[in-house]
Design a protein around this ligand. Structure first.
Ligand SMILES: Cc1ncc(COP(=O)(O)O)c(C=O)c1O
Length: 395
């Protein structure tokens, strides 16, 4: 009975979402004036059939994580307090004023999420509502108008539909990476928020990072730079955070460490997060899932999902708390987690002149993290029943 109710409610919600997506598609068709697109597509706004899914002539087994042109991107502009209807554009560059606030004052935020070709032939997006909410949080923090959730969902679904040829086929291990972003596109010279904004969603096919299996890396603690100030913007996904991480990240890479770990900027004692991913650990004799709680960490959707699976599927205790760098040597397993690769196992951490080894075998992924990786990816590719309704249907 309870199950039937949950299913019915979720069906009604999905139906309402589909109806609103359809309404948006029916309304558009006429091109609106926008500074972001030189050549506008006049393609029908009715949904493109997905029978062409995964038909692009690409070497699916050798895709990396880099930009490539696809059919089009989806966009909307905000002027005079209103968002324009969603439209598509097949250009890969945009035209904005030289005084746009994004260029000078960094008024910009972005998201990253993925669509998957699933076992049953459907295409599904992993938890897009969460990205919609996070983009709203980021937008508000840097005084941009939040993109309405329904519009965000319509835009990502439409970007996937219009580019369905580029969704890597089921079994290839790849996925379609979706990059929604929002920026101040109005001209302003004095400091102040823009009066015009552009929201764009583009997509790129990306490969299976772990073709050869999950392999642990060595991370390095960045102790000569901070990622975020205590009450700064570390908890939101704004462009400037990544500009600030570029130098430390590249320096770490040059030294041979693919990921860099930041400590708290006040005491330099507690773990914050990696440059582009959250810190997670398995500890307490493999009974706990441990992850830092700090106001200046970006709330990773992957981390929230792993945390829930760790608790509900593996019966682990969740320790969401301050995590001291000195505790790390006692952990059984450590990883970086995020949308791009789900989990990057970390076998060793370089801290000052010490190398901290994690667990009994730092050269192999630990069993609990491996289990969690499989739990998430099996949901994403539709190999198991999606009982939490995390996957958002595109077709
Ligand atoms: C700073 C930072 N932390 C964590 C993450 C992981 O977040 P998510 O799992 O939502 O991709 C990302 C990637 O978006 C990030 O840039």
């Amino acid at each position: 009975m309870a199950l039937a109710w949950v299913w019915t409610t979720s069906f009604i919600t999905r139906f309402q979402k589909k109806e609103s997506a359809f309404a948006v598609r029916m309304k558009c068709g006429k091109s609106q004036s926008s500074s972001c697109c030189v050549r506008r597509e006049t393609t029908s706004c009715l949904s493109q059939s997905l029978h062409k899914a995964s038909s692009a002539k690409l070497d699916w087994s050798n895709l990396g994580f880099s930009f490539m042109p696809t059919n089009c991107y989806v966009y909307s502009t905000y002027r005079n307090g209103h968002w324009s209807e969603l439209e598509t554009c097949s250009e890969t560059s945009i035209k904005i004023p030289i005084a746009a606030t994004v260029l000078h004052y960094g008024q910009a935020a972005f998201e990253g999420l993925k669509a998957f070709a699933c076992k049953d032939g459907s295409i599904r997006i992993f938890r897009p509502e969460k990205n919609a909410e996070r983009l709203q949080l980021s937008a508000t923090r840097v005084m941009m108008p939040p993109v309405p959730k329904e519009m965000f969902l319509d835009a990502v679904v439409r970007a996937v539909r219009e580019n369905c040829e580029y969704v890597p086929p089921y079994g290839s291990g790849g996925s379609l990476y979706i990059r929604p972003f929002l920026f101040g596109s109005g001209a302003r010279v004095g400091l102040g928020p823009s009066d015009e904004y552009t929201f764009i969603v583009f997509v790129v096919p990306v490969g299976d990072y772990y073709k050869g299996g999950l392999a642990p890396v060595t991370a390095i603690v960045t102790d000569d730079y901070d990622r975020a100030a205590p009450l700064g913007v570390g908890n939101v996904k704004v462009g400037g955070n990544y500009a600030a991480d570029l130098l430390p990240y590249m320096q770490s890479k040059e030294k041979g460490y693919p990921v860099n770990l930041y400590l708290d900027p006040v005491e330099r004692k507690y773990i914050e997060e990696f440059g582009t991913s959250n810190f997670i650990a398995i500890g307490n004799n493999k009974q706990s899932f441990i992850t830092p709680n700090s106001k200046s960490i970006l709330k990773s959707i992957t981390n929230q999902s792993l945390m829930q699976l760790a608790q509900e599927e593996l019966g682990l205790q969740i320790e969401y708390r301050k995590v001291a760098i000195d505790e790390v040597s006692s952990f059984d397993e450590v990883a970086a987690c995020g949308t791009a690769v789900v989990i990057t196992p970390v076998g060793r951490i370089v801290y000052h002149d010490k190398v901290i080894s994690i667990g009994k075998n730092p050269d192999q992924v630990g069993p609990t993290l491996k289990q969690l990786y499989e739990l998430v990816t099996n949901i994403q590719f539709g190999n198991v029943v999606d009982k939490r309704h995390w996957m958002y249907l595109v077709n």
